[in-house]
Design a protein around this ligand. Structure first.
Ligand code: MN
Length: 404
């Protein structure tokens, strides 16, 4: 017979989950510090993780995948530092389906209130993982899930379970894994596309299938987690959200193993600019996004590609004359959104071979140089002759206008 305490605890879990589900909000879960940091070359020191965690808190993420405490002392140290400082997001720790991993997570997250700490359990479920990685049958895998989720639920109010390689797991078995995990006490079930091979259409179908075929799915939140091996992680995340997922897991700058993870800033901006389509509110302050991208770039040492949406150096820069002319007349002519919306840098009108007279005039005026017709034509002519890659700065423009 269930004890009274257990019954009350079950009721609390149920109430929280139902409130989340009814709100229609999409919960943004960040895994930069765990899945992102797993990327070769992106290793972060505990102090650096804390700086990023603070920036993520300020940006408004709902939960933070804080690390894998059983994997290293550095992860435990980083989590302890976060426990001491981070107040708003839920902190979760990654665990295998081992009691010892859950115990270490319990210690690492000690001190946080029940509603601000959780564990995220994972176990390979696809035929490839069962046969080659685990050497376990379907029923043995189900046993591992039930046993570990049940154990975790005794220690944590928030328990997530993810069947690793879910996108290559047989649909009937996948649903069975979810059903057992929820029965054992999982409050969130994840759908990880571990090797990043789905398309948006297939994502939509599988997320609908899970909601239709897992009989107790209403008792848990459904989280999606995509990798970018086909360049579709953002698109798949949006398809998952459109199909009814409650939580989306992402990393800043899309950092992560192989081709990376779904990029937090891209998913958030798509949800923001297409609020009419998705009808899902999120809690992110978009003006914090560009500074967040820069911070993660700086601390991980993983350079953001120039063309990367939201955080790339080129997204508010143009060299083309017609575009420069339009931007000077009204920035919206050639931008999907203004830089201020993401806390980005001012629009930059780069001078080069493709530039036009308006941009040249604008630059000359802002530098206090003569901007008459003769000066503008002189600069335009010289720009077309200069070798590619020449830095067009104030000094060079001053020389050109003076006929040097
Ligand atoms: Mn992953």
């Amino acid at each position: 017979m269930k004890s009274l305490r257990k019954k009350i605890e079950d009721r609390v879990r149920e109430t929280i989950i139902q409130a989340h589900r009814r709100s229609g909000r999409i919960l943004i879960s960040d895994t930069t510090l765990r899945d992102g940091e797993q990327m070769p070359g992106a290793t972060l020191e505990p102090e650096q993780k804390l700086r990023i965690a603070r920036a993520l808190e300020e940006a408004g993420v709902h939960s933070l995948d804080a690390g894998f405490p059983a994997s290293s002392d550095a992860d435990v140290k980083a989590i302890r530092m976060m426990v001491a400082c981070i107040r708003k997001p839920v902190l979760t720790a990654l665990c295998r389906t081992l009691h010892s991993d859950i115990d270490i997570a319990d210690e690492a997250l000690d001190g946080l209130p029940d509603h601000k700490r959780g564990v995220s359990l994972f176990c390979g479920t696809s035929p490839l993982h069962r046969e080659f990685k685990l050497g376990r049958s379907r029923s043995e895998v189900l046993q591992l899930i039930t046993n570990s989720v049940g154990y975790a639920a005794e220690k944590f109010r928030i328990v997530a379970f993810s069947p690793e390689d879910a996108s290559r797991t047989e649909p009937d078995f996948l649903c069975q894994c979810y059903k057992e995990a929820i029965s054992a006490g999982a409050t969130t079930v994840g759908f990880p596309d571990t090797v990043g091979l789905l398309t948006p259409e297939k994502t939509h179908d599988v997320i609908r299938m899970i909601q239709d075929d897992v009989p107790n799915i209403e008792r848990a939140l459904l989280a999606v987690h995509f990798h970018n091996d086909l360049g579709l992680a953002t698109a798949n995340s949006l398809a998952g959200i459109a199909a009814g997922a409650n939580v989306v897991q992402c990393t800043v700058n899309g950092i992560g193993e192989r081709a990376g993870n779904a990029s937090l800033e891209e998913v958030v901006m798509a949800l923001t600019l297409h609020a009419d389509q998705y009808q899902r509110k999120h809690s992110i302050d978009t003006t914090k996004l560009a500074p967040l991208c820069s911070l993660v770039e700086q601390l991980t040492g993983i350079a953001v590609p120039r063309m990367k949406p939201v955080g790339g150096a080129n997204v508010f820069a143009t060299e083309a004359g017609i575009h420069q002319d339009g931007l000077l007349k009204n920035p919206d002519t050639y931008l999907p959104y203004r830089p201020e919306l993401v806390g980005g840098p001012d629009i930059s009108l780069v001078l080069g071979r493709h530039s036009g007279r308006r941009a040249v005039m604008h630059h000359l005026q802002s530098l206090g140089l003569p901007a008459d017709e003769t000066a503008v034509i002189r600069v335009l002519t010289r720009l077309k002759e200069l070798p590619g890659g020449t830095v067009i700065d104030g000094r060079l423009l001053s020389c050109i206008t003076q006929g040097e």
